[in-house]
Design a protein around this ligand. Structure first.
Ligand SMILES: [Zn+2]
Length: 491
């Protein structure tokens, strides 16, 4: 294949996940899926289609894992080696596009995405390389990270329905920087507010309006981005943040400050994006409703937010509630990671009795005796799963930590969720496929590593003051820092 010698070259790489400091689970190497070549490009439709071929993009390794507990140091080292090897083998590069989440924790390393960006920059060719990053809005871009990354941006929706669009936008920003001959500066501001994800859905105010204002940047601004941050990381960088990229220093500084101040001004307006109750009240609400399916989010141990997935305290409450086990309609609780429980069910076989202690297999407190009948057994590429029936309640056990976000996820374990009266699920806000069929929904504020009641958790390493733990001054003013331009100073 011939290459036009004048075309800038950029490599796409990344390591991404989201980690709760409070999860006993540890994310191991085997939990990462690694994309390369065409599978990496599937994440960047405009790059893949050739629409952005003013730059030659090379698809390197992009590793991603389901959110969970901190990543093992050895796993990060191995993934980093793989990324750096790919970067070095084609260096020097004109650009790098980081495809990352932005709220990863690695044992013993603070602010790991800044470490990743720094090492990738060194491997790619140093200071002249332009780095872009496509991130989740639950990422945590620190000062050190933004010092390394010229063009960081993130999703503008939660639930995230603009993932591919965001990655494409980051790719376009990189193409613009590499082909226009103009390297923009960026303004960064830490916003001393941290909120659980379920209070910052962009479906509702004030996040909806805060994010809507990003769509029409003024002249001189290339990109505006707002991160709500990740509430369950006990490290100093934990906070919301704004970054504005552009070639007009005054405009990016002013816009960044304005975004940060609008976020702080709205801090007391954030509330749960739906009814939020303790579990017993959520169950009462479910029983007052006749529409089906009714959903209860078992929010504290949501694996896609970083929960371990092995917390069984909700199950304990369900098993002693006769409205659940002996009531009128079918009830499902999903899902508890418990490989030994799945094995027990497999050994017994469908239709046989099941009697075992389940829960806490990754270190979360509490075990629950589950006595029932094996209703379903599944073994496929996603791992093993078993459904145990206790009267009208079906309990889903999985070999691996497994989210249930769609009707298809339930169909895989033989459950027609649309014909189920009550679905209790380790999830936060409902993902669109379930939201579409929901006839009622309550978030139960339950225990786990992503407890929505963050004031109840014991943080030790946060940079204070930080809302909601501390009062912020009524006249709080943004402290914007500029990067990427000679002579720019803290404003
Ligand atoms: Zn997210």
């Amino acid at each position: 294949m011939t290459r036009q010698p004048t075309r800038p070259r950029a490599i796409i790489v990344g390591i991404g996940t989201e980690c709760s400091s409070f999860a006993p689970h540890r994310t191991s190497l085997s939990e990462f899926g690694i994309r390369e070549n065409d599978r990496t490009l599937e994440r960047f439709p405009s790059v893949r289609s050739g629409e952005l071929d003013d730059v030659e993009f090379v698809a390197g390794p992009v590793a991603r894992a389901l959110p969970g507990g901190p990543v093992l140091r050895s796993a990060y080292a191995e993934l980093l080696d793989r990324v750096l090897h790919a970067v070095r083998s084609g260096a020097p590069w004109d650009g790098v596009l980081l495809d990352i989440h932005g709220a990863m924790l690695v044992e013993g390393i603070d602010d790991v995405e800044a470490d990743l960006a720094r090492r990738v920059r060194q491997a790619a060719g140093g200071a002249q390389v332009v780095l872009a990053a496509a991130m989740d809005l639950h990422g945590q871009p620190s000062r050190d990270f933004v010092r390394e990354v010229d063009l960081p941006t993130c999703y503008r929706t939660a639930p995230h329905i603009d993932e591919a669009e965001t990655r494409d936008r980051a790719a376009r920003l990189l193409v613009r920087a590499l082909t226009s001959g103009s390297r923009p500066a960026r303004a960064w501001c830490r916003i001393p507010v941290i909120l659980p994800g379920e209070k910052t859905s962009t479906r509702v105010e004030p996040a909806r309006s805060l994010y809507a204002q990003l769509k029409h940047p003024p002249d001189g601004v290339w990109e505006e981005a707002l991160w709500v941050g990740y509430a369950w990381a006990d490290e100093p960088r934990t906070a919301a943040a704004a970054v504005v990229v552009g070639d007009d220093l005054g405009a990016i500084r002013d816009e960044c400050g304005r975004l940060a101040e609008s976020f702080v001004a709205a801090r007391n307006d954030f509330s749960f994006c739906g009814p939020a109750e303790k579990l017993s009240r959520a169950l009462d609400a479910a029983h007052e409703e006749t529409g089906a399916p009714f959903f209860i989010s078992d929010t504290g141990d949501n694996p896609t937010a970083g929960g371990s997935g092995d917390v069984a305290t909700t199950l304990a409450e369900l098993l002693v509630d006769q409205r659940i086990t002996q009531g009128d309609g079918e009830v499902v609780w999903s899902a508890l990671v418990d490989a030994a429980g799945v094995q027990t069910a497999e050994d017994a076989g469908v239709g046989a009795s099941f009697d075992a202690a389940v829960g806490g297999c990754l270190g979360s407190p509490g075990r629950v005796r589950l006595q029932g009948v094996v209703d379903q057994l599944v073994s496929d590429a996603a791992g093993g799963a078993a459904v145990v029936r206790v009267g009208r309640l079906r309990v889903v056990l999985t070999e691996r930590r497994t989210p249930f976000h769609t009707r298809e996820d339930y169909a895989r374990v033989g459950i027609d969720v649309q014909r189920t009266r009550l679905v209790i699920n380790k999830i936060g806000y409902l993902e669109p496929d379930l939201q579409d069929i929901s006839r009622g929904w309550v978030m139960a504020l339950t225990d786990g590593a992503v407890d929505q009641r963050i004031e109840h958790l014991h943080f030790n390493r946060l940079d204070r003051p930080l809302h909601p733990f501390d009062e912020l001054a009524d006249d709080w003013r943004a402290d914007v820092e500029l990067f990427g331009t000679a002579g720019a100073s803290v404003v």
